[in-house]
Design a protein around this ligand. Structure first.
Ligand SMILES: O=C(O)CCC(=O)C(=O)O
Length: 216
């Protein structure tokens, strides 16, 4: 069970539209969190054993939905899908369920970027919901968002240079296990390393607005 049904969608959307992201506390109850964590850890154990990638992305697994029907179901019909549709003002297409790990001992994270590709950028292009499996804090590499950046015009690139990560609009999305954060594909976000001694594991689901890829 998820507490999604008790959310006031209009008030969530107001914050999401204003800031380009919104934090949702206690979205998963203990049972839902435990199921997600078990599924994620099983998938990650199997896949990372065979992963020889030494890059910054070696602890990321995209397309879990193509490998495990359980993740495919969550991407297509999980309890969060109705909210994602609401935030994106219409029909959506599940693009990927992903494992985002930042293990202890990671010296760096992911630089400021947006999730859109190509030159077509419209406010409702896409969005991600990122579920914390562990406590995600500044010390262990939580996500940061540049508040309001979804409304700005940036160079047509994925990685955006020159972002002031110390600005007053740089918001650390510190989450507890079972909390989630949703961000627009146009919002600049990044994360740092983890030398805290604690894990920082997450599952995300990424959606495009239906039809957007044809325009990109
Ligand atoms: O988990 C992270 O550190 C980065 C996640 C991210 O960039 C995303 O979900 O779009």
């Amino acid at each position: 069970m998820s507490s999604i049904n008790t959310l006031n969608f209009a008030s969530v959307k107001k914050n999401y539209d204003r800031d380009g992201f919104v934090i949702l506390r206690n979205l998963l109850d203990l049972q839902a969190l435990s199921e997600l964590r078990d599924r994620a850890l099983t998938a990650a154990d199997e896949l990372l054993d065979n992963n020889n990638d030494e890059s910054a992305y070696k602890n990321i697994i995209k397309s879990l939905d193509k490998r495990d029907p359980w993740f495919n179901y969550q991407l297509e019909r999980g309890t969060h899908v109705s909210l994602m549709k609401y935030l994106l003002n219409g029909e959506i297409e599940g693009a990927s369920a992903a494992w985002f790990d930042r293990p202890d001992g990671s010296s760096h994270g992911i630089s400021p970027h947006v999730d859109v590709i190509g030159s077509y950028r419209e406010p409702d292009a896409g969005a991600t919901i990122w579920f914390a499996l562990d406590q995600a804090q500044i010390e262990n590499g939580c996500l940061y968002y540049l508040r309001g950046s979804h409304k700005n015009k940036y160079p047509i690139k994925t990685f955006i240079s020159g972002i002031d990560t110390q600005s007053k609009d740089a918001v650390a999305a510190e989450l507890k296990p079972g909390d989630a954060v949703i961000h627009s594909a146009l919002t600049i976000h990044w994360s740092c390393g983890n030398e805290s001694g604690h894990p920082r594991r997450a599952i995300s689901y990424f959606y495009w607005k239906t039809g957007i890829l044809d325009k990109m």
